[in-house]
Design a protein around this ligand. Structure first.
Ligand code: ADP
Ligand code: MG
Length: 453
């Protein structure tokens, strides 16, 4: 039986050799395998734009690459997230013939993203502590800092840091058994092991995780509402911890805010907790420079500053914008440092993301609804006529924009308030909606206003 990830890895190897670096980096490598449906390989694109580009330009070559390694897979289909629901049941594990091109990567061997190294990680004030802890653990696993808990908003480098630890450990301690899993992977594997017909499935699952020297689990906030897996994690944690094995966890929020059982929360918080905040402008520019030099792009500081000023709290998005400028300039055959071209490339970008709601829009709608001035809403005034709209506005921002905006940035937007103030406002309104019809109606009205722009 071959797992879908293993199949996809093999196709990527072929595609890397058969396509340009640009096509590979920007499009093909960004797809993720969903499964096999009949004789078709289903791949998920992050956006509709990527799906269209792949469909129009790279589908044939992808088909060829697939076919070269897996002769029985006849076709490739690219879908986007909203099409996932309509999909019949796909197989994530299949028994199919392979050609001699097939590379058998043993399943237990973890491979870390080779680009995600310490060398490629730009250190600034916002991440220096997390970086220092990660370095220390990579040099000295298991003894000093355990567990390590890294938290921060989406796209701020948590996964990068974990892979950097992995890459370094693999080089310096080749004998150690290191495992990196996403929390989702762990949950799925655990559930599969319970439902499996194999008599030893659960036992094997346990053994696999409890014999490790280093366990890294990414995005542990997804343990919320999964009681069975939490229990399993609790025992795995204890066993490794008591044996001085290194545990490294990441999450989009601190341990105390994850909705998991108390005893696991306490365990997660017993070691070092390091947060990563959104980087300042200078660091953002430095990160873009690093990405450019890694990818061989030559963009001048003016263009990089423009990107860094537009996107303030998500490095992945910043990279997306960078890639867009490069791919647009290749497409139209222009100079990526030409400001007119950059504006054109980003006009597209704004169109593509026009359904994404911004803090500004929420603030504007709230001000209009309550007839208050923007500078008062985000300012320091403490009278009731301002405080209530302000709290409702903060609640709506948290609710609509979710994890994409860290609480600290919301606080910053509202005149440099602390992230705990933001949390307090959010939680207060979230409670009030349940008890007060007036508040509930106000929130609903503003929300409608925002969506019916
Ligand atoms: P997270 O896991 O926190 O959502 P990632 O680790 O996936 O974020 O990072 C998103 C992107 O930003 C990756 O391409 C990563 O290489 C890049 N990145 C984040 N922080 C840094 C940094 N300090 N230096 C260089 N690249 C970074
Ligand atoms: Mg991540």
């Amino acid at each position: 039986m071959l797992k879908i990830d293993q199949i996809w890895k093999n196709i990527l190897l072929e595609a890397e050799a058969k396509t340009t670096t640009l096509a590979y980096d920007l499009y093909i490598n960004s797809l993720s395998p969903v499964g096999i449906y009949r004789d078709r390989l289903i791949l998920l694109a992050e956006t509709r734009a990527i799906k269209n580009i792949v469909d129009n330009n790279y589908k044939e070559v992808l088909k060829k690459c697939t076919n070269t390694v897996f002769p029985s897979i006849a076709d490739v289909e690219i879908i986007i997230e909203e099409e996932l629901e309509n999909l019949g049941s796909v197989q994530r594990e299949v028994d199919i013939p392979v050609s001699p091109n097939y590379v058998n990567d043993t399943e237990d061997k973890v491979s870390f993203v080779s680009q995600y190294t310490f060398e490629n990680f730009v250190v600034g004030k916002s991440n220096e502590y997390a970086h220092a802890v990660a370095r220390a653990v990579a040099d000295n696993p298991g003894t000093k800092y355990n567990p390590v808990f890294i938290w921060g908003g989406v796209g701020l480098g948590k996964t990068h840091l974990m892979h950097a630890i992995g890459n370094s450990l693999q080089r310096n301690f080749p004998e150690k058994r290191i495992m990196y899993v996403t929390c989702d992977q762990f949950v799925n594997e655990f559930i599969e092991s319970i439902h499996s017909n194999e008599p030893n499935a659960t036992k094997n699952f346990r053994a696999k995780y409890r014999k490790l020297d280093v366990l890294m689990m990414d995005d542990v906030q997804f343990l919320a509402n999964k009681e069975g897996t939490q229990e399993e994690m609790f025992h795995t944690f204890n066993e490794l911890y008591l044996a001085d094995k290194q545990i490294i966890l990441s999450s989009d929020r601190p341990p105390k805010e994850i909705k998991i059982e108390e005893r696991l929360k306490t365990r997660f918080a017993t070691g070092v907790i390091a947060d990563i905040q959104p980087p300042n402008l200078e660091t953002r520019i430095a990160i873009l420079q690093k990405k450019c030099s890694n990818k061989g792009y030559s963009l001048n500081i003016k263009v990089l500053t423009l990107i860094a000023e537009k996107i303030t709290n998500n490095i992945r998005e910043m990279e997306g914008m960078l890639n867009r400028i490069i791919s647009y300039s290749t497409l139209v055959g222009g100079d990526p440092n030409d400001m007119n071209l950059v504006q054109d490339a980003l006009k597209d970008y704004a169109d593509a993301s026009s359904d994404i709601i911004t803090i500004d829009q929420v603030v504007k709608a709230t001000c209009e609804y309550f007839r208050v001035k923007r500078e008062d809403l985000i300012g320091k005034k403490k009278n009731k006529e301002i405080v209530v709209p302000r709290q409702i506005c903060i609640y709506l921002i948290c609710d609509i924009l979710g994890q994409s905006v860290p609480l600290a940035s919301i606080g910053e937007y509202f005149g440099g308030r602390d992230h705990t103030t933001v949390m307090h406002a959010r939680d207060k309104i979230s409670e009030e909606i349940k008890t007060s019809d007036v508040t509930a109606a106000q929130v609903k009205d503003i929300r409608d206003k925002i969506y019916n722009r």
